[in-house]
Design a protein around this ligand. Structure first.
Ligand SMILES: Cc1cc2nc3c(=O)[nH]c(=O)nc-3n(C[C@H](O)[C@H](O)[C@H](O)COP(=O)(O)OP(=O)(O)OC[C@H]3O[C@@H](n4cnc5c(N)ncnc54)[C@H](O)[C@@H]3O)c2cc1C
Length: 378
């Protein structure tokens, strides 16, 4: 049963929508819908890695420490989301290893560990991980870890339900229109049509957490007509799951030539960044390329058997590489929360916790997160 009126109708149950639902349902009446179900989009294909010393030079991303705290808080409320293989609660099993790829990167990693000792430790001659090829040394990102994104999303949806949110799968956003326009804006409700739900749903606010479906060619004709062309770019990502080679010792999460997460019987190897692509089906050649990269970090993976190939699409904001949050120009009650890029785990819980405040004070949204249109001359 859906109620007659909500404060916020959240469309999309990936990381953005599930975290938003878990957080907002503490304050208001929430309905969460997804056209398919939880983690049906990009959130279904990441391992995923939480790495607060990212990229080639191991720099902390935007608000890294606050983001880690917000994710930890969410994990505390969704303990069953933490997969046993992460060893959460067993501090020795935490951490992400970053083998340096050359001497220049070793210098960057050493500096990162010196500047951010709470996040990382530089080990020039590692001995503890004989199965990892690391001739230039290893940066141990002790503040990082791996957590299954689909499991976290499902747990966040359960948490939202437990906090009073209504959840409806499958239910597809079809259209919306302003309700009774004779009422003051604060009282007027949007009328929303959802495929899979009988009748019209009324809501004060619509929050679009639909990832790459904000972008062509995935967005619907209705969305084309009602939203400006947002400054979002699609990046295809592919990953593979492989059978554990016989005799391989347990591995911490690794990031360098791609990333590797030890799941127990299987290992997850990610991921590609493809800026031009034809479709979102997994390409066997890319899977093989991922395996070639992974076995440079862990040579014992060289002949491992691929048991699953996955592909998805990250929506990213060119330039800032930060998410987009805010009301759609001219439609103050229609909001977008998207563009998590490759940092979904770090950024979704943090920003979801701030949404309630932003709804009441949109001017508090940091400049770098505000909705931007695709530049006219592109
Ligand atoms: C291969 C790969 C590996 C990754 N690895 C990592 C990692 O290790 N660590 C990390 O932090 N991040 C990682 N990411 C990024 C992370 O997965 C994304 O940032 C995040 O999942 C995006 O979440 P989202 O909720 O914005 O979008 P999505 O997960 O795509 O969710 C959008 C949802 O909207 C629904 N939807 C769309 N249109 C409608 C409609 N009209 N009506 C109803 N529902 C609709 C879809 O069904 C979907 O469930 C990876 C991404 C990829 C592709």
């Amino acid at each position: 049963m859906v109620k007659s009126a909500y404060d916020t109708l959240i469309v999309g149950a990936g990381l953005a929508g599930a975290c938003a639902a878990a957080s907002l349902s503490r304050h208001e009446r929430v309905l969460l819908v997804d056209a398919t179900g939880p983690a049906a989009g990009a959130s279904g294909v990441g391992a995923g890695l939480v790495n607060p010393l990212m990229a080639r030079r191991a720099r902390p991303p935007w608000r890294a420490r606050e983001a880690l705290s917000a994710l930890e808080r969410l994990l505390e409320h969704t303990v069953h989301a933490a997969p046993a293989h992460c060893g959460r609660g067993a501090p020795h099993a935490r951490g992400v290893l970053r083998p340096a790829q050359d001497e220049a990167q070793a210098e960057d990693f050493e500096r990162a560990a010196r500047e951010h000792p709470d996040l990382g430790t530089w080990i020039p001659a590692p001995r503890d991980w004989p199965q990892v090829h690391a001739p230039y040394g290893i940066l141990v990102v002790q503040a990082g870890f791996a957590v299954s994104i689909p499991r976290l999303v499902r747990a966040a949806v359960d948490l939202a339900r437990a906090r009073g949110a209504d959840v409806r799968f499958p239910a597809t956003l079809v259209s919306w229109r302003a309700g009774n326009e004779s009422k003051p804006a604060a009282q007027a409700l949007l009328e929303v049509q959802l495929g899979g739900v009988d009748g019209t749903v009324h809501t004060r606010r619509l929050l679009l957490c639909i990832g790459n479906h904000l972008l062509r060619p995935w967005s619907s004709t209705f969305l084309h007509t009602r939203l400006p062309r947002l400054h979002l770019h699609a990046v295809k990502g592919q990953s593979v799951r492989i059978e554990r080679p016989v005799g391989l010792l347990p591995l911490p999460a690794l990031s360098g030539h791609g990333y590797i997460v030890d799941e127990g019987d299987t290992l997850f190897v990610g991921s590609t960044y493809e800026h031009t692509f034809v479709d979102l089906t997994p390409d066997p050649n890319m899977g093989d390329a991922l395996m070639a990269r992974a076995s440079r970090m862990v040579p014992a993976l060289e002949n491992a058997r691929i048991v699953e190939r996955l592909a998805g699409c990250r929506a990213t904001v060119p330039g800032t590489r930060l998410p987009m949050i805010g009301p759609v120009p001219g439609q103050s009650e229609v909001w977008v929360f998207a563009g998590l890029g490759s940092k979904g785990l770090l950024l979704a819980p943090l920003l979801a916790d701030e949404l309630h405040h932003y709804f009441r004070s949109p001017e508090a949204i940091p400049e770098e997160l505000r909705l931007a249109r695709w530049p006219q001359n592109r």
